[in-house]
Design a protein around this ligand. Structure first.
Ligand code: GDP
Length: 440
């Protein structure tokens, strides 16, 4: 599976890995290989171009981490962006409370729709749902029989009726109510190609039966055809998700990578074989790592993330040492809370001594901090190091630059003086005294 794309990406990464230092030119060359691999795997042309642009912008713009090979940083960016292309995915299927939940399955003939109805029935039965399968494909004569066989294999009742698709579905829902069955899976008609008649039939079922979820079953082996049909079905029916089948075969990966971006609908589940147990949740991270085929990929991703985290922590430590000496500039102050924000430790900002005064009661701390940050950003380096320089004209300039009133700049500078004094005092205290002060 995905051999072509794996080989292409491995070659591209080899080219990048060989270089000690990465320049804009050799990044571009390496990404050219990535681009070729994606196109050869039948990923949509526009998706590839947008993807490469994003990776390139992030690769060139990133700060180089001294402790990891620059190429590893790029591999991690490629991984992150592949994941972003396919996700996020919510695998939950919403269930109604006081009536049967209706799940409508559609798809082109041969995509694996009827088989997937059986797979889904098994999966839901394992969650203690009481399932009814409904044979609403009255086009293909063998379809009803096939569903009955699958019903037998999964020990699921199958509803059949020789009328028309809308009536079959409506009556099936009533039957489910009477039989105390809580989940109805509609196996609707397929065709070899999408046509008006098919779409009209599905729209009628959608209108009169109002399914809770509509899933499209797509064959991964058909590549861009799968992508285009997803778009057409989604435009007509507002799909809740795609189930991509036959990923156990030699699909090239193009459908998995393009559907979300082109059709605007996420892949939720994947078919990994003909057996009725072979339905899995779709995980973009796992798919990206399979596509990249790097044996140690997850290790690499973890390593780069860890170094990024460590560097942030080192930066904070350095600043704290400076603060501990009692010399706090506006520059340090800004860096300190930007770092905390970056590390997702927003809650700690409020614990920085003196900070609470800068956040007016009832105001969202994030808004207040943005305002403070805006004011500091509008100051020159000299002003940040020596706030005494800030006279009336400078105060007006800073206020205009950050969209606040001049008196707010004044107020902030006074509050900052308090913070500076607190830090001076703290630098004379023992660690225990400091902690006591911080936690109030
Ligand atoms: P339908 O016409 O869409 O209802 O398609 P079927 O359910 O009849 O499936 C068509 C063929 O695809 C059958 O031979 C299935 O066994 C096969 N099939 C379905 N899902 C998968 C899958 O995930 N992997 C593989 N290898 N075959 C599958």
């Amino acid at each position: 599976m995905f051999e072509g794309i794996q080989r292409g990406l491995t070659d591209a990464f080899k080219k990048l890995r060989g270089r000690g230092k990465l320049t804009a030119d050799n990044v571009r060359e390496g990404l050219g290989e990535v681009r070729r691999a994606l196109l050869e795997a039948d990923v949509n042309f526009n998706v590839v171009n947008e993807f490469i642009e994003k990776v390139e912008a992030r690769s060139v713009g990133q700060e180089v981490l001294s402790r990891v090979d620059p190429s590893e940083q790029i591999i991690k960016i490629v991984f992150d962006e592949l994941v972003a292309l396919m996700g996020p995915v919510d695998h939950r299927i919403p269930f109604a409370k006081d009536r049967p939940t209706v799940i409508m399955m559609c798809g082109l003939q041969g995509a694996g729709k009827t088989t997937t109805c059986g797979k889904l029935a098994l999966k839901l039965k394992a969650q203690n749902r009481k399932v009814l399968l409904v044979a609403a494909d009255l086009q293909r004569p063998a379809a009803v029989e096939q569903l009955k066989v699958i019903g037998g294999q999964t020990e699921t009742p199958v509803y059949t009726e020789a009328t028309n698709p809308v009536d079959v579905c409506r009556n099936a829902v009533n039957y489910a109510k009477m039989q105390n069955l809580d989940t109805v899976i509609l196996d609707t008609a397929g065709r070899l190609h999408i046509d008006e008649e098919l779409i009209e039939e599905l729209k009628q079922i959608d209108k009169y039966v109002k399914p809770d979820s509509v899933f499209l079953v797509c064959d991964a082996m058909t590549g861009q055809d799968a992508v285009n049909s997803s778009k057409a079905f989604h435009d007509a029916l507002e799909l809740n998700g795609v189930i991509l089948t036959k990923l156990d075969g030699d699909a090239r990966g193009g459908a998995a990578l393009s559907i979300r971006q082109v059709a605007g609908v996420p892949i939720k589940f994947i078919g990994m074989g003909e057996k009725l147990q072979a339905l899995e949740d779709f995980h973009p991270e796992r798919m990206a790592s399979r596509l990249m085929g790097q044996g140690d990929l997850m290790g690499l991703v973890e390593k780069v993330s860890r170094v990024q985290q460590e560097i942030s922590e080192e930066e904070i430590k350095k600043q704290q040492e400076k603060l501990a000496k009692g010399s706090l500039t506006l520059e340090d102050f800004r860096n300190q809370f930007v770092q905390l924000q970056k590390m997702g430790m927003k809650d700690m900002i409020g614990m920085m001594p003196g900070m609470s005064d800068m956040i007016p009661k009832g105001e969202d701390p994030e808004v207040a901090l943005k305002r403070v940050q805006g004011m500091i950003d509008s100051m020159t380096m000299e002003e940040r190091r020596n706030p005494d320089l800030i006279d009336i004209p400078r105060r007006r300039r800073i206020a205009a630059g950050s969209g606040v009133q001049p008196h707010e700049v004044n107020q902030f500078l006074k509050q900052f003086e308090v913070v500076q004094n607190v830090f001076k005092q703290m630098s004379q205290m023992s660690i225990w005294q400091r902690m006591k002060m911080m936690t109030g």
